[in-house]
Design a protein around this ligand. Structure first.
Ligand SMILES: Nc1ncnc2c1ncn2[C@@H]1O[C@H](COP(=O)(O)OP(=O)(O)OP(=O)(O)O)[C@@H](O)[C@H]1O
Ligand SMILES: [Mg+2]
Length: 224
């Protein structure tokens, strides 16, 4: 049992608190926010009401994400890990089930900056554009399946003097049915859609935000 009872999360998302592992400072432990699963279930549309609690649990989604074909039996030195935190599995904590993964640290040993924060403070400069391009090349080469790629779910780590992006949340598929995994071509198209949307979101992030993301997303769909 991991004792988190006296610790403060170093960050929290919309669904989970993220703690630094008390025994391993390079690991992250994520637990669902108290009451969040019930809240999501209540908000869900009627046709999702038959789904199990797991469908509303980001940690369960993450377990599935790390269990996808290309990651499941990948050796430790496989390029599939180049842009992903290592996965240590689910463990019991005092705050409920915890998803344990590698904590992406900066040069000072602190949790790394998110792409969202970088874009807000430094904009879409050449180094981060390069990092995004390398991340996209990796997605195409490995065919790792992801949900929509959002700037607050990508964390930056400096490697060999340049920033690299790590997807710390959002493995798996965005769609309800696993159709994409049935056909090779559909899989590639699905990934291209995630990439297009990621660029649209990045552009929106550095824009004056006169459009809401919903409006900008709609406009970008017409373009592609
Ligand atoms: N492995 C990690 N390394 C470094 N920082 C991390 C890591 N995992 C999470 N974080 C930080 O914690 C924040 C929240 O984490 P995460 O996105 O996993 O939570 P969430 O509640 O599932 O998010 P969302 O709001 O996208 O549903 C991230 O935006 C990031 O700043
Ligand atoms: Mg997140």
């Amino acid at each position: 049992m991991i004792d988190l009872s006296t610790l403060q999360p170093f960050a929290s998302g919309g669904n989970r608190h993220c703690y630094r592992h008390p025994q391993y400072p390079d690991r992250c432990v994520k637990v669902m926010l108290p009451g969040r699963i019930d809240q999501l279930r209540k908000r869900a549309p009627w046709y999702k009401s038959f789904l199990s609690d797991d469908s509303f649990d980001d940690n369960a989604r993450e377990v599935e994400g790390y269990n996808q074909q290309v990651l499941k039996n990948a050796p430790a030195d496989s390029p599939v890990w180049q842009h992903l935190p290592r996965w240590y599995g689910m463990q019991e904590t005092t705050e409920g089930p915890g998803a344990v993964s590698e904590l992406i640290l900066d040069a000072n040993g602190e949790p790394g900056e998110t792409l969202e924060h970088y874009l807000q403070t430094k904009g879409l400069d050449a180094p981060i554009r390069g990092a995004l391009e390398r991340f996209v090349a990796w997605l195409r080469a490995t065919r790792v399946m992801t949900k929509n790629l959002l700037p607050h779910n990508l964390v930056i780590r400096e490697e060999h003097g340049q920033p690299e992006l790590y997807l710390i949340d959002g493995l798996g598929r965005a769609t309800f049915l696993p159709i994409e995994e049935l056909f090779e071509g559909a899989n590639a198209r699905y990934i291209e859609r995630r990439i297009e949307r990621m660029w649209a979101r990045v552009e929106w992030e550095v824009s004056d935000k006169s459009l809401t993301w919903k409006q900008a997303e709609k406009a970008s769909r017409r373009r592609f």
